[in-house]
Design a binder for this molecule. Structure first.
Ligand code: GDP
Length: 196
């Protein structure tokens, strides 16, 4: 399949199942800690400057954003997790919303799980990955901000991330940088493998 990215639009923002779009399009969800570079990833692979935005206050907008990509698929942008100042109640709301989506949505094909390549995955990152594997959801692991790490150390970072997550070798692992555009083709190839 060839992607000609001319038409991207927000289909809907949904807090729960009743509000998901009525659509047969396949869906690829995107999840990661606040500040991991998820909005930058979305904008970069869509070749847009300001399509996806981080909300000014992380944790405030607790909605799933469905982005229609050329009437071919939906990206489902999940609000970032791991923001320290979010209340327990907000965290529980977030957890319920994402769990409901991931466990009930037939359109879901895979989850792009973003982790910061500079650091060992956090407890939240590990928990998210374990959850996805528990439910047998394919993951495209995207290691962000690769430009911050010298190439000579990429292997070491990749190994640490895989070890900490107990990475499933069937999942895709993509080294990415929005700053120097590393990994765009690889990200699309992985996405397309779940769409055809
Ligand atoms: P989000 O909260 O996950 O949506 O993260 P953003 O995309 O808003 O990015 C958070 C911060 O990381 C911003 O300051 C970005 O400029 C920075 N950032 C995002 N992607 C990259 C990248 O590939 N390389 C570097 N060095 N910084 C990045």
């Amino acid at each position: 399949m060839k992607f000609n990215i001319h038409n991207v639009s927000i289909t809907t923002s949904a807090p729960s199942q009743a509000h998901y779009p009525v659509s047969d399009l396949p869906e690829i969800a995107l999840a990661g800690r606040s500040n991991v570079g998820k909005s930058s990833f979305i904008n970069t692979i869509l070749n847009r400057k300001n399509f996806a935005r981080t909300s000014g206050k992380p944790g405030k907008t607790q909605l799933l954003n469905f982005f229609n990509i050329d009437d071919t698929l939906h990206f489902v942008d999940v609000p970032g997790y791991g923001y320290a100042r979010v209340s327990k109640k907000e965290r529980e709301k977030w957890g319920g919303m994402i769990e409901e989506y991931l466990t009930t949505r037939p359109n879901l094909r895979a989850v792009i799980s973003l982790v910061d390549m500079r650091h060992e995955p956090s407890a939240d990152d590990v928990q998210m990955y374990e959850f996805l594997k528990y439910y047998d959801i394919p993951v495209i692991l995207v290691a962000t901000k690769a430009d911050k790490i010298p190439r000579g150390k990429w292997n070491k970072s990749e190994s640490l991330i895989k070890k900490t997550l107990q990475f499933d070798s069937n999942d895709d692992f993509i080294i990415f940088s929005s700053f120097d555009k590393t990994g765009i083709a690889e990200a699309w190839a992985a996405i397309e493998s779940f769409i055809d």
